[in-house]
Design a protein around this ligand. Structure first.
Ligand SMILES: O=C(O)[C@H](O)[C@@H](O)[C@H](O)[C@H](O)COP(=O)(O)O
Length: 262
């Protein structure tokens, strides 16, 4: 099985999926910190991404993670003023980040629309690309750090991060971060990693729970192209893992996965 062949784990419901994904992430981060002294994780916005963070916050094993040696990045961000409740970083802080002793220097939020780049989302994207490049190490496979885990929620249209089917950002092959104008999912202006940046991650974990993701999962896992189905292009160098609940897996061929939980 190649690293690009997605592995699937299906859980009974979205709550169990969030708890199991949080436990999986704790183990992955602890292993990375043990073997390399630090860990690097890319967070995602949305209900499933925030659900994972909330489950992690309440996990009894939470503090097995050395929070001071964890680098956090974002896969995308809504280009809104600092502190706006719709920003992914605001929601991540509420779900987990404000409850754990992270090193603020290692929390790499994407720029806000009232930050140093003002309303210029393309300049904000370029600045984040430069921040990623500065953090890239010799083992990196693009001008980004070698992320241990890159988390992605999956949209009902198969979007991941702010890469939407057929739109310019999903077609980007050189830059690691771009600005998005006219996102079909509000708000319209966003900053997003591109597929080259996503594919530089050691592991990519895609989160899909709920009936409204069943068609997207079936399309993305049935060999669709990445322009039409961006989730299909979200593959990791060492592993691509889909974490689903039964509802989101309901349109997948049964041959694709063993049930992880009844
Ligand atoms: O900024 C965003 O909106 C997210 O990063 C986006 O990519 C999200 O992960 C998916 O739309 C799934 O969202 P749900 O988990 O809420 O369905």
């Amino acid at each position: 099985m190649s690293a690009h062949t997605p592995q699937l784990v299906v859980h009974r419901d979205k709550e169990l999926m969030a708890e199991a994904a949080a436990a999986r992430l704790i183990t992955k981060v602890v292993d990375a910190q043990t073997s390399r002294g630090h860990a690097s994780v890319v967070l995602t916005g949305g209900r499933n991404g925030n659900g994972l963070l909330a489950a992690l916050a309440s996990s009894p094993a939470r503090d097995a993670i050395d929070w001071g040696r964890l680098d956090l990045w974002w896969g995308d961000e809504r280009f809104l003023p600092e502190g706006d409740p719709d920003r992914n970083v605001t929601q991540a802080r509420e779900a987990l980040l404000d409850a754990v002793p992270l090193d603020p220097e290692r929390v790499h939020a994407m720029p806000a629309s009232d930050g140093p780049y003002g309303s210029d989302v393309d300049a904000a994207a370029e600045a984040y690309a430069q921040e990623l490049a500065r953090a890239a190490g010799p083992e990196s496979h693009a001008a980004v750090p070698s992320f241990d885990v890159l988390l992605l929620g999956v949209g009902p249209d198969t979007h991941v991060a702010s890469l939407f089917p057929e739109l310019p950002a999903v077609r980007e092959t050189e830059r690691t971060v771009v600005g998005v104008h006219g996102s079909p999912k509000p708000p319209p202006t966003r900053v997003t990693l591109t597929l080259p940046a996503i594919r530089a991650a050691r592991e990519v974990w895609l989160l899909a729970a709920g009936e409204d993701k069943a068609q997207a999962a079936a399309i993305a896992l049935s060999g669709a192209g990445e322009i039409q189905a961006p989730a299909a292009g979200a593959v990791g160098r060492a592993r691509t893992l889909w974490l689903l609940d039964s509802a989101a897996a309901s349109q997948l061929p049964r041959s694709l996965y063993p049930p992880a939980s009844a």
